[in-house]
Design a protein around this ligand. Structure first.
Ligand SMILES: [Zn+2]
Length: 195
């Protein structure tokens, strides 16, 4: 009973996280109500994000050029790399403002249940960055998969003489770093412990 294009739009919108059938339909109808100009702007903005946002060639953070603004900043401390799951975690730490080192975005966590092994993550590129590095701070989320990934990285890095530390969690177990407040995140990084 729903016109096919509208149904297809709702189906596409369900690709977004947290959007179920009902919400997708609500959004699809809202798109229908947009003015031509608003709809064009939305399309153009999506296209622009797709073509202009790339992954930093060093750390895999989102970037508008080959090097992200953090890797390009020569005043950052290149002896420390904070390893995170995704770009939103970098943004969270940058908002907290207490970390002055560099980052490495894994692009996920090891999760055998979902068929994600270490080979699917940006780990080999991390191993290629260790020359100047004395400490790797593993800042994966405090979930089962995040902990397993931290253990994997520790086993990989410790024999290379690199100190591997983990965030001190005043962060609740199972929580998402991205939603931690700035004070909690700043404390978590200051109170990090050796693995
Ligand atoms: Zn970068």
């Amino acid at each position: 009973m729903l016109p096919l294009p509208l149904e297809q739009l709702a189906e596409q919108l369900r690709l977004l996280p947290g959007v179920g059938k009902k919400t997708a339909l609500k959004y699809a109808f809202r798109v229908l109500e947009l003015s031509d100009e608003q709809a064009q702007n939305l399309l153009a903005t999506i296209a622009e994000v797709r073509s202009n946002i790339v992954s930093c060639v060093i750390c895999h953070h989102i970037s508008e050029s080959d090097l992200c603004s953090i890797c390009a900043n020569t005043s950052r401390d290149d002896s420390q790399i904070c390893v995170v799951e995704d770009a939103r975690d970098v943004l969270a730490f940058e908002r907290a403002g207490s970390f002055k080192g560099l980052y490495h975005v894994l692009g996920g966590v090891i999760s055998p249940m979902d068929g994600i092994g270490p080979d699917k993550l940006n780990i080999s590129s991390l191993l290629g960055r260790l020359d100047e590095v004395s400490e790797i701070i593993v800042a994966t989320n405090p979930t089962v998969e995040g902990e397993a990934t931290a253990m994997y990285l520790t086993k990989l890095l410790a024999p290379r003489g690199i100190t591997v530390t983990r965030l001190a969690y005043g962060l609740p177990a199972g929580s998402d770093l991205e939603y931690a407040d700035e004070v909690t995140l700043a404390r978590a990084i200051e109170g990090r412990r050796s693995l």
